[in-house]
Ligand binder design. Structure first.
Ligand code: ADP
Length: 497
């Protein structure tokens, strides 16, 4: 069935990104929005918009009933859940289908299996997919936990079965820590996910996080779109991603891709999904989990394959046969994404929401920004403080890195502190440039003082330039905007004078 009107059950950059592809396909778009988002660009972009409640996600974006009512009100024939919020909620997928609309995603059944890490492990183990050594059953009891951990060998990782977003994970270095960490993990899992079941697996000490993008139609055809390396993480959450991985050779790329397809097959997966692996120093890979939705970092795959993943999702949901074969997937160049957060990297990445006093995007060759904000807007405190995703594409990795550095220096954001200085530090670091980095990059190489030292230096330069400008009678003094990105202009003026 051809979709004519699509409701996007999400907000900010991802809502906008999905609507853009829908519009290119001639599909009408509908936004749902909370109080805090009433003026947001994604609401104004949509052909229609429905207010669904107060700012708190539990009053709006997480309300299945309100989203379904809004869709029925505007007579939408499909709903795209984006990522986060209701995107991996099997009840929501069921409710959308039950109301006679198309859910842009996999079946509720696939969501259920892959939403439970233990169920996922059990499903894929029938297909000889390599798993991190550990349990495939839930553990609650301390004694049993100790036995299992002893047999696996320390360090081990306790994980919440219903986990997500890096929450509910505890590293146990030795037997004398197991009781305490077990208690913490169970209580964290209960409070975060309402389900205290945990499991234990070997803790891989210096891993890379590599994930494979898969696409499947409802007729049993599946392909993969190669991998992304998402090893630059903070508290098990990705902050910089790239495609392809700098360390995978063709043979390994093929094997990991084929394994991802087995994972998809194990739950009869269709639509777009991501199979995550953890890769040790010897490049042995193990299945971690499958995310049954569009991923935040999907643009890097789009940049290297030239495939619009949202359009593919919509076509698949309409029941179309996948037009692409595995051989059609050709990797072209290299792409990097940084997540730009309203957080202060010099102060433990503390959220720094407020008003975007100035907001100017980087432009030029190979630069893409997926964002949901405009100059003068307030960043609401109710949601994740991500402002944008800055993505670059180059003919090879080094061009993508140089473009990223250039784009970061062009990106002008004032009024809130952002993670841009951290990203500039990271992509310039020799460990990142070498491609060898693992998930401990930030703890191993980053310290806020590195930014502070740099800032102190910049501040010194700025104050001397301000002093110089003070004597420049030809220009009005209000040229000194206080914007750190105006620095280069001041330098120019100094050389001129
Ligand atoms: P979540 O669903 O909370 O995102 P994942 O299982 O996807 O949890 O893991 C998130 C991150 O935690 C991984 O990318 C990796 O950095 C780390 N991690 C997970 N499992 C292991 C492990 N067995 N050993 C070492 N690190 C791990």
């Amino acid at each position: 069935m051809k979709i004519k009107k699509l409701l996007v059950a999400n907000r900010s950059e991802i809502a906008l990104r999905i609507m853009r592809s829908a519009r290119e396909m001639g599909i009408e778009t509908v936004a749902v929005f909370s109080e805090a988002d009433c003026n947001a660009p994604f609401v104004r972009f949509a052909d229609e918009a429905v207010h669904i409640g107060a700012s708190s996600p539990s009053d709006s974006y997480l309300r299945i009933d309100k989203v379904i009512d809004a869709a029925l009100l505007v007579q939408a024939d499909a709903i795209h859940p984006g990522y986060g919020f209701l995107s991996e909620n099997a009840d929501f997928a069921d409710a959308v289908n039950g109301a006679g609309m198309i859910f842009i995603g996999p079946s509720a059944e696939s969501i259920k299996i892959m939403g439970d890490k233990l169920a996922a492990k059990r499903a894929v183990s029938k297909y000889n997919v390599p798993l991190v050594p550990g349990t495939t059953e839930a553990i609650i009891d301390r004694e049993e936990a100790r036995k299992v951990a002893d047999s696996i060998g320390y360090p081990v990782l306790i994980k919440a079965s219903a986990g997500g977003g890096g929450k509910g994970m505890r590293v146990v270095q030795s037997a004398d820590e197991i009781n305490e960490q077990m208690d913490r993990a169970v209580s964290e899992a209960k409070s975060a996910f309402g389900n205290g079941s945990v499991f234990i697996e070997k803790y891989i000490t210096s891993p890379k996080h590599i994930e494979v993008q898969v696409l499947g139609d409802q007729h049993g055809n599946r392909i993969h779109l190669s991998e992304r390396d998402c090893s630059i993480q903070r508290r098990h959450q990705k902050v910089i991603e790239e495609a392809p991985s700098a360390v995978l050779k063709e043979d390994l790329r093929k094997r990991i891709g084929e394994t991802a397809l087995l994972v998809a097959k194990s739950c009869r997966y269709y639509n777009a999904g991501t199979v995550e692996f953890i890769v040790n120093e010897k490049l042995d890979f193990y299945f971690l989990e499958m995310n049954t939705r569009l991923q935040v970092e999907h643009p890097v795959t789009e940049m290297i394959t030239g495939i619009d993943l949202v359009k593919e999702q919509i076509k698949i949901a309409q029941g179309q046969v996948l037009e692409l074969n595995q051989d059609d997937i050709i990797i072209s160049g290299h792409s990097i994404e940084i997540r730009v957060y309203a957080e202060d990297p010099s102060n433990n990445f503390l959220p720094n929401v407020g008003k975007l006093n100035s907001y100017k995007l980087p432009l030029g060759p190979g630069v893409r920004v997926d964002d949901g904000f405009e100059e003068g807007m307030e960043i609401p405190i109710n949601y994740d403080p991500m402002i944008a995703k800055l993505i670059t594409h180059g003919c090879d990795r080094s061009e993508a890195i140089e473009r990223m550095k250039r784009a970061i220096s062009e990106y002008e954001i004032t009024g809130v502190k952002t993670t841009l200085p951290f990203a500039a530090f990271a992509v310039s670091h020799e460990e990142f440039v070498s491609g060898r980095f693992n998930t401990h990059f930030i703890e191993n190489y980053f310290s806020p003082s590195l930014l502070n030292e740099k800032m102190d230096h910049d501040e010194l330069v700025i104050s001397s330039l301000v002093a110089a400008l003070h004597y420049d009678k030809t220009k009005p003094s209000n040229d000194v905007s206080g914007s750190s990105t105006s620095k280069s202009k001041w330098k120019q003026r100094l050389t001129d004078s």
